[in-house]
Design a protein around this ligand. Sequence first.
Ligand SMILES: [Zn+2]
Length: 503
Amino acid sequence: MNGKVLLVVIDAATPHVVCPAIQTGRLPVMQKLAEAGVMHQSSVSIFPSITPAATSTIITGAYPAEHGIAGASWYDTARDEIAYYGDDFWVIAREGFGRFVNDFLLRLNGDRLKAPTLFEMVERAGLRAAALNYLVFRGNVPHKVNIPGLIAALPGGPLTETVQGPSFLCLGDFVTPRTPEGKVDKASGVLHRFGMDDASTGRMLKDLANEEHLPDFAVAYFADNDYVSHKGGPVNALPVIEQVDRMLGEAFEAAGGMERFLANRAVIVTSDHGHCEVLHILRLDHLLSDFRQADLGKPWKKQDEIMICPNMRAAQIYVKSPTPEKIERLAVAMLRHPGVDQVLWLSSLTGGDRGYTVAGTRGRLRFSREASSSNCIDPFGGLWSWCGDPAVLGIGQAGRALEYSDYPNAFERIAGVLDLEKSGDIWVTARPGCEFQVPGGDAHEGGASHGALHALDSHSPVIVAGAGAPRALPRYMRLVDIGPLCMQILGIPMRYKVGDPRK
Ligand SMILES: [Zn+2]
């Protein structure tokens, strides 16, 4: 039987702040949801733990190696162009609307996204889907983009475009669908980031919460927490999540109460990544001053040796003519700084035949996928071999069982981006408390950030309740399991099941 799902994604909701707030009643609606269903406090994001890549993972169930969105900034070799989604997901004000419409609405959901979305799969199975301000929305139905007058007047603002979305697509003032009673209710204009802020998502959700209007599968995205937490840290951003909690309560009330809502539909609440407090900013361009660097966001010039694509608490570095010697020199140069945590690359770049190399101040570790001659098994049944210093990734082993602590599910997540053709040759992560910066980019000193492998960046809460929801969640959960969980409840077969090891 086909169930129904409302998936609520609260950007950067961080379990070490949000879960205690739920348990102590500061988020009463989520508390009731958790009591009616189950809550997991440490679902593991992907690497890099960055919004464009992680929200693509939620909606495809895939790692970046498969869905193709390599963080917030990467270099596309084949096209010789930089994909740059800014330090925040929203680049509207700084980058201009032409770029917003082109990069987010068209490119991210067009040729850059390589894996099928849940919206496509759900509607192909004959059910209906809705995206409420969720930025990775690709579906099978064309929608005309409305460019608000204020934006159309700006230079570079395109006049008309069409995007492919689920049959019910709400993208702020850009795409507004109609219900039988008229246009869906939302907040509009500059003050509400052109209908893309939490207040707008909340009003749309409330308007649609009546069962007749909410499609079988609906995704509602609340972005504001990420901004506020970047500036002041996750504790200071809690009022933003309290507001989301209230808006969820209003949506349930509009549908006749939470109990009635949950009798017909499962609700999943989660986030794309966590947030880690930032005290120190590291200038990567200074650490790598011995190498000729491409300008931020610009293609290669003839004399450039490396290109740094910043991803907040991580960065990927493209090396123009990589040699083992150059990779080693880059790793050594970065690890000289105590704020650098790990440097990662494909072992083949330094003479190995396969697998991945992780270098840190605590030593060096190599690992690879091994189907037959593995020496360990990860919590999801993935088979690996590793050798070197376990302290680099904080791993332990009991018999054949691989155990993670500070860097959860590190092997699968590292492989999940380094296997992507467009990945940088080298990835570097910052230690907790630190963030990378390059000229022209933002930093969040005194606030919080994310992007690295560390548990603080990587953990999300997951609450699941309502009709068709599982009675218990697996002991270990990952961001890549959210898609399969939705499909399981919807009763639609998918190529991945919850908890499957990923290759
Ligand atoms: Zn995010």
